[in-house]
Design a protein around this ligand. Structure first.
Ligand code: P53
Length: 476
């Protein structure tokens, strides 16, 4: 028993949260560059407040981030030292196509990732590549309105054609859209959507979602054509919804809340729009414009595996008196009285991971891949940059135990586990550096001060031992 012999242990990052070098190597400007830290961040990522370029009043953490653009060799060496079998990263679209709609790609951007992938292979690390992790070239937003436009499908297809061919033999695991359901919760960050006054937001979001779903199916088709070795996954911001009580209305509301997110994966994995979604969209007056052939494309090009992020379970209630919600999370949730919360108010629920894995496996019966999980916490380094992060080890050990239970006791087929932010990076939700997830500490603060020096935390050696024992030894 136990985990697969070839279990893919590793860590995950996203280009915009770690690379920096926002204008290096011919890279173009993207939505993720212009989201600042501070109180305006949320309305901006939600598409309610317009920020299409830098201004002088704000600090934009993604511009330099942790400068992995210039440190990737050192960072990948540290991943290798921990024994990573895989490293999940994303490609910055605007490094490959700076505007997004050019005919020819930017060679310097292509070369950057080629070098990076080769560096991974030096250590026996298999890259797991997210094609878009929240990023969209600004030019595509300004000229076409981002994913609300059908033309985006063609631009994304060009990107896929280029990268699948160029990286054939170097990359075989691909994810099409990071947390595709984020389009509903943070539409500017998730899909470049900024809403004009009076626009029907639901209509725009679901139309954009349709374009992403078609683009994802096309990507899957091309990936398989270019190299039969390629395996493509979807990516869901997962987290099972619990009813606050056993009141039937609460139970039904929890099912509806789950379906709002499953909708995307139902299309990507089963290849068709689920009946409940069609009915709901019809009731809400949302009409999705489709073209001939879209439904066939979706049906014929479903994903090979189901990947997802898991940080927390969620709770819903129909009782207006139950209104205490958790803070600090894009996914609003009723507070669960049985759970502890992180310093950012995220509820900590290892068993919820097992429940979530079972729900996904029951529903799709395809291999699962946990591509994000972890604890965002404040670290206090000593003068050598060492952090005794037992709280992080506790969180991860409990989640890995729940993950193993899902595999060993429930029979879920699991390909791998990549913990989020294996090296400290910029938070997507808040733009902070202070919210750290890594095994590797990076000397940089919320204002951009610091030497960018990397140092190992206590969890570094712990995770190395976990990987060496293929998850058998979770002890400190
Ligand atoms: P941060 C919210 C809820 C679930 C997943 O989040 C989320 C978010 C965004 O805040 O996003 C994923 O950095 C995402 C990563 C992100 C990570 O969760 O806000 O894929 O880019 O960094 C953690 O703590």
């Amino acid at each position: 028993m136990g985990l697969r012999k070839d279990f893919l242990w590793g860590g995950a990052t996203a280009a915009n949260q770690c690379e920096g070098g926002y204008n290096k190597g011919g890279r173009g400007l993207a939505n993720v560059d212009v989201v600042p830290i501070g109180e305006d961040r949320f309305p901006i990522i939600a598409g309610k407040q317009k920020m299409f370029d830098f201004d002088d009043e704000h600090f934009y953490p993604a511009k330099e981030a942790i400068d992995m653009y210039d440190h990737y060799k050192e960072d990948i060496a540290l991943f290798g030292e921990m024994g990573f079998k895989t490293y999940r990263l994303s490609i910055a679209w605007s490094r490959i196509f700076p505007m997004g709609d050019e005919a020819e790609p930017n060679e310097e951007g292509l070369q950057f990732y080629e070098d990076l992938f080769k560096e991974c292979h030096k250590y026996g690390i298999e890259p797991l590549v997210t094609i878009t992790h929240f990023d969209c070239p600004m030019h595509l937003i300004e000229k076409y309105g981002a994913w609300r436009s059908r033309e985006m499908i063609g631009f994304y297809e060009n990107l896929c054609n280029v990268i699948f061919r160029r990286y054939k033999g170097l990359v075989k695991y691909w994810l099409t859209f990071n947390e595709i359901n984020m389009i509903l919760h943070a539409p500017f960050m998730g899909a470049g959507l900024y809403f004009e006054e009076g626009e029907n937001e639901e209509q725009a979001k679901y139309q954009a979602a349709h374009h992403e779903l078609v683009a994802s199916a096309i990507a899957t088709r091309i990936a398989h054509e270019v190299d039969p070795e390629n395996q493509v996954g979807c990516m869901l911001a997962a987290g099972h919804y619990y009813p606050y009580s056993c009141k039937p209305e609460d139970v039904f509301k929890a099912q509806e809340a789950d379906r709002e997110n499953y909708f995307f994966i139902d299309v990507q994995s089963r290849g068709e729009y689920p009946a409940y979604a069609l009915k709901k969209l019809e009731r809400e007056g949302v009409t999705i414009q489709m073209e001939d052939g879209d439904l066939e494309l979706l049906k014929e090009n479903t994903v090979d595996f189901i990947s997802f992020s898991y940080y927390s379970s969620r709770v819903v209630s129909t009782d207006p008196k139950v209104n205490e919600t958790t803070s600090g999370n894009i996914f609003a949730s009723v507070k669960n009285p049985y759970l502890e919360v992180s310093e950012w108010g995220w509820q900590i629920d290892p068993l919820g991971l097992r429940t979530t894995m079972n729900s996904l496996y029951d529903r799709y019966q395809k291999p699962l891949f946990i591509v994000e999980n972890g604890l965002g916490a404040i670290d206090e380094p000593d003068e050598n940059g060492y952090v005794a992060d037992d709280y992080r080890i506790d969180y991860l050990a409990a989640h890995l135990q729940a993950m193993k239970d899902a595999v060993e006791l429930d029979g879920v087929d699991l390909m791998g586990y990549t913990s989020w932010g294996c090296i400290d990076l910029v938070s997507a939700g808040t733009g902070e550096m202070k919210k750290r997830y890594g095994f590797i500490y990076v000397d940089r603060d919320n204002e951009g001060n610091g030497t960018l020096a990397r140092s190992k935390k206590k969890s570094f050696d712990w995770y190395k031992k976990v990987i060496a024992s293929n998850g058998e030894d979770l002890s400190v």
